[in-house]
Structure formats: C-alpha cells, structure tokens
Write a protein that binds this ligand. Structure first.
Ligand SMILES: O=C(O)CCC(=O)C(=O)O
Ligand SMILES: [Fe+2]
Length: 232
C-alpha cells in the first residue's frame, strides 16, 4: 500500500519546525550500531501521526478483535525524499539526528525507499528476527501510541537465513540480551552489528504482563538492495 502519495505533511500537521529537534537526549545502547534518540517527536506530533497512520493504513482494524485476517501491516514503496509528506518527513528527521546513522547510509542518493507500518494491539508482538537481507544496512524505527519493550539478542547460530525468516525462537539463544524501552516519539536505528548480528523482537509477554498494553503503531524505514542485472 502506498499511503502517502498526495498527502502533504504541512496540510496535516502544520509547519514542520526543526527547533523541535534540539536538545535531544541521545542514548547509545550497548550494541554497536544501535542508537536511540528519546522524545524526538512531541506528544502532539505523535498523536497526529497515530491518527494519520490509522486512517491511511488501518481504517478497518478495530482493536477489540484477534481475527487472524485483521490488517496489521502496511507498506510503502518509493523514495522517501520529499519532506513535505509524512513519511518523507520521518526520513528527513533521520538526517538531523547526528550519529543516528553511519555516513555510508546518509551518503546514499536515496536514503530510504521503503517503509513498513506495523500495528500492535494488546497482547501482540513480533518474533525475534533479523530484517531481511533484501534491505540495505541502516533501519530506523519510529514509535506512536503505546510504549513497548524491544528485545535484542546476539545471533549465535551464524545462520543468517534462518534468523531472517522471522523465527519465533532462536534455537541456541545466547543469554546475552539487551532490552530497549520504546515510547512514542522515540527514534531508534540499527546499523552494522546491530542490524546484522543481533535479532530484535517485541515479546508478547514481559515480566508476566502483556508487553503491548495499548495500540502501538511503528514505522520502520529501509532501503531496498538494488539487484545486479542478471541478464547481461
Ligand atoms: O515495531 C517495531 O518497532 C519493529 C518492527 C520490525 O522489527 C519490523 O517490521 O521488521
Ligand atoms: Fe525488524
């Protein structure tokens, strides 16, 4: 689904101000390549994104159903180069947060051209996985709605393909794990080791309680790997 064509950021959210991005609290988690910035987006901006994402991608997904057919994911394909669109604005934010992404990622002519929009309702989660290798290095996540705990585990099997199939459990899980609390307005990035050598997931249950307590919508930005031309 291509949700943001023709939707101007300014129409929905008013003038974007980079003043909002100052004085941010950057937290470097103990995994090389994992960077978390807190409170990048204001509560007001978050609630506007939450509403826009809901109407654009999940207009018919009530939170009180566990039906397996329910729509809980949307996708965008196409360069996110226009900061006057909601998803393009998220891409622009990435370029303003120093150290969020390595210079090799920022130097790309198109930094991101794909977005996945995930919806989580109470009791849901996503299994431990490494993002598919069809995507380049550098994945950035934005959070809207409820808070959640993300778990990261070092890949110890060396089996990248298996990890990339969204395994629910790694067979030889290393006890070493890092948990990252994600609140609305936070921005996280996974590059290098964090992107390729660690899984990430959102467990359904944390400390005996539902991890997701109220609806959360995440937007993750990626760049598709350009396939070499096989025909010549
Ligand atoms: O919801 C999130 O922040 C993570 C989503 C994710 O890992 C994915 O879509 O691959
Ligand atoms: Fe992922």
């Amino acid at each position: 689904m291509n949700g943001d064509s023709g939707t101007l950021y300014r129409e929905l959210f008013g003038e974007a101000s980079d003043d909002d991005l100052e004085d941010l609290d950057e937290i470097e988690e103990p995994i090389p390549g994992l960077v978390v910035y807190r409170n990048v987006q204001s509560p007001k901006e978050c609630s506007r994104y939450f509403s826009w994402l809901t109407s654009e991608y999940f207009p018919d997904t009530p939170s009180n159903t566990t039906a397996s057919q329910r729509v809980n994911q949307g996708m965008h394909f196409g360069a996110l180069s226009d900061p006057d669109t909601p998803l393009g604005r998220l891409c622009q934010i990435c370029t303003t947060l120093s150290g969020l992404l390595p210079s090799s990622v920022l130097a790309r002519s198109v930094i991101f051209d794909q977005a996945i929009i995930n919806l989580y309702d109470r009791g849901e989660g996503i299994g431990d996985h490494v993002d598919l290798l069809r995507f380049e290095d550098g994945v950035v996540g934005f959070s809207f709605g409820g808070s959640v705990t993300m778990r990261m585990r070092r890949v110890v099997t060396g089996d990248m393909q298996r990890a990339a199939t969204y395994a629910q459990e790694l067979q030889a899980a290393d006890p070493e794990e890092v948990v990252v609390r994600l609140n609305a307005g936070d921005v996280y990035a996974m590059s290098g080791e964090a992107r390729y050598r660690w899984t990430h997931g959102i467990p359904k249950v944390v400390g005996g309680a539902d991890n997701v307590q109220s609806r959360r919508i995440s937007v993750t930005l990626r760049k598709l790997v350009v396939q070499a031309d096989q025909s010549s």
